[in-house]
Ligand binder design. Sequence first.
Ligand code: SAM
Length: 327
Amino acid sequence: MIELVDRFGRALPYLRLSVIEACNFRCSYCLPHGYKAAPERPPYLERDEIARLLLGFAALGMRKVRLTGGEPSVRRDLTDLIAVAAATPGVEKVALTTNGCLLKQRAQTWRHAGLSALNVSVDTLDRLRFAEVTGHDRLETVLDGIELALSLGFNSVKLNAVLLRGLTDDQLPAWFNYLRDRPVSLRFIELMQTGDNPDYFQRHHVRADPIEQSLIVQGWQPLPRVVDAGPAREYMHPDYRGRIGIIAPYSRDFCAGCNRLRVTAWGDLRLCLFGGFGIPLRPWLQRDDQYEVLTSAIKAQLVLKQAGHSLHAGKTGLTRHLATVGG
Ligand code: SAM
């Protein structure tokens, strides 16, 4: 039985766990000057703390966990964390969001450790633009890693592309070409405003509607929404093996399908990516016998989950950049 249900009746069986705040890329919309650690920053949650956290969430009905960050592959023990997640009773799906820089070297190890789904960020297929947006001329390495991942039998491989006016919003033909023979699901994500990027947001935010219209005109068909689909609107086309999803956080009913909770790399529970507070769970992750108090604390917070974010009003909550909470 799922006990992770909020007061609007939304079931929340999906946990996004940030395992690190640091990132080795310098994406222009997220960490344009590279990651800078705050002085006196406490250590990230360790393996045993993560194991207890996942046990608690799974006991309440969490069935899918995504490891994110920052860049999770910067953590040396990532493979071990994947194995811990996969071994948690009740967890059916372990996913990872990565910039793909180590995919070629690690995809096989991660798969063996129990990783079932992979999201790789590829904002553009144009090499120079990729370098401009991420600060690294590594598009080829990332794409090679994706090819390898596709041969390893992951249940799903998704690509995240943030739509940026003048930088990545003119790539539809290149993406069509890419998706023709590859069974991946590309997600166009509208740029979200965060605490750190208001000027960048003004310059580069673009709605996904014109792309969605283009898809429809070119014969892409919307897929029926499955119950636990999350917020993406997905399209398929009979001539393409790949699919295209639209993640439009500024669209009216975006939060109605929310199915997730988040925990930061230090163990703070966040009820929303753009929430204004988050209680620390870390004190209850120190010993196995704290399980009851941990699960009670999580349940008690659920009534505070709001119907939706306030991004339209420019309210970005505690989120300075998505690396703090895990996008
Ligand atoms: N480092 C990993 C990666 O690159 O995928 C995981 C963390 S990253 C914060 C997760 C996702 O959030 C990436 O796909 C990234 O492009 C997206 N993202 C970051 N900042 C964003 C923003 N302001 N608006 C929309 N998407 C954003």
